[in-house]
Design a protein around this ligand. Structure first.
Ligand SMILES: *[C@@H]1O[C@H](CO)[C@@H](O)[C@H](O)[C@H]1NC(C)=O
Ligand SMILES: *[C@@H]1O[C@H](CO)[C@@H](O)[C@H](O)[C@H]1NC(C)=O
Ligand SMILES: *[C@@H]1O[C@H](CO)[C@@H](O)[C@H](O)[C@H]1NC(C)=O
Ligand SMILES: *[C@@H]1O[C@H](CO)[C@@H](O)[C@H](O)[C@H]1NC(C)=O
Length: 191
């Protein structure tokens, strides 16, 4: 991950918006769509209730060729077997004391609707806007292609129980990512 590019995305996304039902943002890798107003609880971009990605489609069919900044998201590349840190924000707290929920992290092949579970973060009584992170691993031998990295906030509350967020990621090797030339100053997120 390139912290400078990440910070740029945060800075240019901080704009106040009216509140509404909202819950989880996926900060890194950056979520589909925008992250407008995430410094306040109830950012509309974080309250997506429709499975499987909040109604947000993949932002490019061949993610591997994309070099776009900020609102259009930065393609994130990971090698099979690579560890990386997923950072989420509980934008609006829904902690259920009697039945604590969780944030499930998966790689989703959207064509085949096949899930690969990467990790789970338990919900806590921490307030809205708390950041949570998890180190997850792309399984060895994971097929090299585009995926949605999906986070589901499983609130355990009756209505609505689940909130969705996805980012576009590509599993590729270094050789794959070096086959093309950057068109802008942005660099691929190769670790
Ligand atoms: C979510 O699903 C409802 C019901 O199917 C639909 O009316 C609505 O447009 C969807 N919203 C998004 C953002 O996809
Ligand atoms: C990846 O994380 C796992 C634990 O989740 C650890 O055992 C392994 O050593 C890590 N691999 C690398 C290359 O850091
Ligand atoms: C999330 O993960 C937990 C632990 O693996 C599992 O019990 C739960 O059913 C999952 N929830 C969803 C909504 O996938
Ligand atoms: C917490 O979870 C329990 C068990 O699923 C449920 O009955 C209850 O309504 C939930 N509480 C709230 C505040 O959502």
């Amino acid at each position: 991950m390139k912290p400078s590019v990440f910070m740029y995305c945060i800075l240019c996304s901080v704009v106040a918006v009216p509140t509404c039902m909202s819950h989880v943002c996926l900060l890194s890798p950056p979520q589909r769509g925008s992250m407008v107003g995430i410094n306040k609880p109830g950012a509309p971009d974080c309250g997506l209730k429709n499975a499987t990605c909040g109604g947000r489609a993949a932002e490019a069919s061949t993610v591997i060729l994309r070099y776009r900044l900020c609102r259009n998201s930065i393609p994130a590349y990971f090698k099979p077997g690579q560890n990386f840190t997923v950072i989420i924000q509980k934008n609006l707290d829904h902690f259920n004391m009697s039945m604590p929920g969780n944030f499930n992290i998966s790689l989703l092949d959207e064509k085949a609707m096949k899930y690969t579970r990467l990790g789970m973060i338990p919900d806590t009584s921490d307030p809205s806007l708390t950041l949570y992170s998890a180190i997850v691993k792309i399984p060895d031998g994971m097929a090299k292609q585009a995926y949605a990295l999906q986070v589901v906030y499983n609130t355990m509350d009756p209505a609505p129980p689940l909130f969705y967020q996805c980012s576009d990621v590509t599993v590729a090797t270094m050789e794959d990512t070096l086959q093309f030339v950057p068109l802008t100053r942005a660099k691929p997120l190769v670790v």
